[in-house]
Design a protein around this ligand. Structure first.
Ligand code: DLL
Length: 432
């Protein structure tokens, strides 16, 4: 099913015209209402008149997370505070949080994006949504909540954590759709098994998973363990929250809601657009936002875009899975490594659980990387030879994929700390 066919399946030429009209309007808006952008544009010698179509987008300045922090908390707001009806913030790892304000119209556009996503996953007003993303400053909980109510579903505002209660309510209320991070989904899958409640007693059929990078192999793992269909949902607070992009039933990329957020892919080193289909940093420009519109916001997420129409009929561009963030990339003895590459290798092998931790350090001026990974029940053994063979197998596979020696440490099932929100997969002691 398609929620808003006239938009989601709009022919691309008409879409570009719509994007051009909206871009001109948003540039006028920020030029007159956000001193930060007026100053930036003046410094670059441009005015709103230089923006005549979406093709002119490359003339505009970039915006970074630093700019948001420098203007903390409300410096980039383009409307009076009396028009802001919701404030979200994301904490990040350092310093002040980045703050985002939404007008009533911004909230309703965001909610529509979520309705498009949930409809694409096959959900409707007969479904019971268990929203297990955190409620609060994080956009996951309240965002998914509003979208599910909008399509008329019944919503259980669970928030994250309290795993035992999650399972009880999922069972007793008959939740059919689960919204949480993929890592928490795995945790819940194990908890369902441990509960001893028969799987047939649960009504769960669809998972709405995002907020952190996850791989195709992780999808298979969750689908098998939970007996559901797992869909990707993408988003970031600065742009909207969950629902910036979503998968359709063909699961061949994440469709981006391009009528609201214009995507570009740039080379993060040269800042120039890449060739179509090439990987680079994803950049978004708000096309309809009133409260805090951002021009060319650098997400730091690495991916590629594909413009061919999807089999589902949607014309909205499809984004590859996020490989990781530019700032998540580890450089180990000169080799670039993303945690998702490691996750993919672990999950190719039946002996391992998708629970792992990377510990990076520097000893005698050389980078070291230890991978702690859980061995699956049934494969874990007291026999040293068996464990050594298993370790060698994983090390060999990692070496051929990464081109790098990794010190593998096999650990017992369920010994790595579980996450109820975004998983922490890397401890880099080099920065300490
Ligand atoms: O994580 C919004 C969200 C909530 C998305 C619930 C999906 C579901 P932030 O906390 O601002 O917002 O973090 C945004 O998380 O730039 C990506 O690096 C990462 N991310 C979000 N969704 C995905 C995904 C929310 N589906 C940052 N795949 C983004 C990979 C994702 N990474």
């Amino acid at each position: 099913m398609i929620w808003n066919e006239s938009i989601e399946c709009m022919d691309r030429e008409t879409l570009r015209k719509l994007q051009s009209i909206r871009l001109k309007k948003v540039v006028e808006h920020v030029y007159h209402n956000t001193p930060f952008y007026r100053k930036k544009m003046q410094e670059m010698g441009i005015t709103p008149d230089d923006i005549q179509s979406i093709d002119d987008i490359t003339k505009l300045p970039f915006t970074t997370k630093h700019d948001l922090r420098d203007n903390y908390p409300f410096g980039l707001t383009a409307v009076p505070m009396s028009e802001i009806v919701r404030i979200h913030a994301s904490s990040g790892t350092t310093g002040k949080p980045t703050v985002v304000g939404y007008t009533r119209k911004d909230l309703s556009s965001w909610t529509e994006c979520l309705a498009r996503a949930f409809t694409a996953y096959g959900a409707d007003n007969k479904d019971i949504f268990q929203v297990s993303y955190g409620y609060g400053l994080f956009t996951g909980g309240l965002g998914a909540h509003a979208g599910a109510e909008y399509i008329g579903a019944s919503v259980i505002p669970m928030s994250s954590g309290n795993t035992e209660k999650q399972i009880t309510l999922m069972h007793d209320f008959g939740s059919s759709v689960l919204c949480c991070t993929p890592s928490y989904a795995l945790y819940l899958a194990d908890a369902i098994k441990d509960s001893g409640l028969p799987r047939e007693d649960f009504k769960l059929k669809v998972g709405v998973f995002g907020a952190e990078p996850w791989t195709e192999n992780m999808r298979k793992e969750i689908e098998e363990k939970m007996g559901i269909k797992a869909y990707d949902i993408y988003g970031l607070s600065e742009i909207a929250g969950p629902g910036v992009g979503y998968e359709c039933e063909h699961q061949c990329g994440t469709h981006l809601n391009e009528d609201h957020f214009f995507p570009e892919i740039i080379n993060p080193e040269t800042n120039q657009p890449v060739e179509p289909g090439e990987m680079g940093e994803l950049v978004f420009t708000h096309l309809t936002k009133e409260g805090m519109p951002l021009l060319r916001y650098r997400t730091k997420d690495l991916t590629a875009l594909h413009h061919e129409t999807c089999e589902c009929g949607r014309t909205m561009v499809r984004m590859d899975r996020i490989l990781g963030r530019c700032d998540d990339m580890l450089i180990i003895r000169g080799v670039n490594v993303f945690p998702t590459q490691i996750e993919s290798v672990i999950l190719e092998l039946p002996e391992f659980e998708p629970h792992y931790l990377l510990i990076v350090d520097r000893k005698n001026n050389t980078d070291t990387m230890e991978l702690q990974v859980e061995v699956r029940d049934g494969y874990y053994s007291d026999e040293i030879n068996k464990m050594l063979a298993l370790k060698k197998k994983l090390q060999g596979r990692l070496h051929s994929v990464l081109g790098l020696g990794v010190d593998v440490k096999l650990v017992e099932p369920r010994s790595i700390e579980r996450s109820t929100g975004k998983a922490k997969r890397v401890i880099d002691n080099r920065k300490l």
